[in-house]
Design a protein around this ligand. Structure first.
Ligand code: PLP
Length: 381
């Protein structure tokens, strides 16, 4: 099946009890057994749920993976992957990561004896090799990255990992499986904040982990059940519904993103525009190779690079709503320095290019003329 067919059909079968074409919301915490142990494959809602199962299968198909496991948030999904490690293990992670991931790694897990090395992976060979030692187990990347829209060459990272017996996990939230499928490039694990493009309507918090390895899948399912950070059936249903238009939405996000990136680049008040579709973007050629299009995320800094100037522009937009998150049908504007990346120390933040005036746009699927007019008037303020 091609992608546009999979979003609608993969993992979805008419409900066996009624023939309902849409996956029902199995809003139940438990399942009746005919006799102890005599059940229909479902015992308790934390362990299994048919709506969740359909979503897990659908997402696995979209990423070209054998298995999918869903969680109550992207962070719960990330947390579960880190639980697969042992005290003493080391992780090499891209330095330009979602702030919450950085916070979980450093404040959540270093105290349990895990070690995280953060490095700029724009050039993987130079960045990764010097950090590998006998304790290294995992390489963690995000591409395109948040909020600098850096591109990491997934195949190059996988090559280094394979040569050293390491696993690779890719946070594919910014691309979505429509634009990029890291498992097809050799990654072992893909993680999503399905809260974002996958659901796409800013009405659900959801996470997912995809993998091919049976043992990894079993261990993820163990923690899904043992910890219980599971998504509710209603949220699984909404995500399944959002996915049905994933390919159509992303096409429009990408078209609008391109229009806005070009508009900003020509604007007198704008300093730098970060968008992988520009031919002079450091890793444009890699983006063109590993992604279908260049995405709907754009970030830019102002010539007047102060917190106050960034805040002034963000407070003046009318269509772009000032809010955390990304990937919904409506356009959002955010200020990484005080919002998504506030938990990253100033020195680290500046090192990754997150300057004071940096503004991040999640370009929605509205009419691009209206979006451009909104940014134009905000930049005049
Ligand atoms: N990964 C990326 C790239 C994100 O942007 C986010 C949230 O913004 C997360 C993970 C965490 O996902 P969630 O908010 O669903 O827990």
């Amino acid at each position: 099946m091609k992608f546009g067919t999979k979003v609608i059909h993969a993992g979805i079968t008419p409900d066996p009890s009624t023939g309902a074409i849409m996956t029902p919301i199995y809003q139940t915490s438990t399942y009746v057994q005919a006799a102890p142990g005599d059940h229909q494959g479902y015992e308790y809602g934390r362990t299994q749920n048919p709506t969740r199962n359909a979503l897990q299968q659908n997402l696995a198909a979209l990423e070209g993976a054998r298995f999918g496991v869903c969680f109550a948030s992207g962070m719960a999904a990330t947390d579960t992957i880190i639980r697969l490690l042992e005290p003493g293990d080391e992780v090499i992670a891209a330095s330009d990561l979602y702030g919450g991931t950085y916070r979980l790694f450093t404040k959540g897990y270093e105290r349990y004896g895990l070690k995280f090395h953060f490095t700029d992976m724009t050039d993987p060979a130079a960045a990764i090799a010097p950090l590998i030692n006998a304790n290294t187990k995992l390489i963690w990347i995000e591409t395109p990255s948040n909020p600098m829209l850096n591109i990491i060459d997934i195949e190059a990272v996988v090559k280094i990992a394979k040569a050293n017996g390491l696993k690779v996990c890719v946070d594919n939230t910014f691309a979505s499986p429509y634009l990029q499928q890291p498992m097809r490039l050799g990654a072992d694990i893909v993680v999503h904040s399905a809260t974002k493009y996958i659901n796409g309507h800013s009405d659900v918090i959801m996470g997912a982990v995809l993998c091919d390895d049976e043992e990894i899948h079993e261990r993820l399912c163990f923690y899904q059940n043992a910890v219980g950070a599971v998504p509710g059936p209603m949220d699984c249903f909404l995500t399944l519904r959002g996915i049905k238009t994933l390919h159509l939405r992303i096409e429009q996000h990408c078209k609008n993103g391109a229009a806005i990136a070009h508009f900003l680049r020509d604007h007198a008040a704008v300093d730098k525009v970060h968008w992988p579709g520009f031919e002079d973007h450091t890793n444009h050629a890699i983006a063109a190779r590993q992604m279908r299009h260049f995405g709907g995320m754009v970030s830019f800094s102002l010539k007047k690079d102060t917190l106050a100037d960034g805040v002034r522009v963000m407070s003046a937009t009318k269509l772009f709503a000032l809010a955390e998150s990304l990937g919904g049908v409506e356009s959002l504007i955010g200020h990484p320095a005080t919002m998504t990346h506030a938990s990253i120390p100033l020195e680290e933040r500046l090192k990754t290019g997150v300057v004071d005036s940096l503004i991040r746009l999640s370009v929605g699927i509205e009419d691009p003329d209206d979006l451009i007019a909104d940014l134009a008037q905000a930049l005049e303020h």
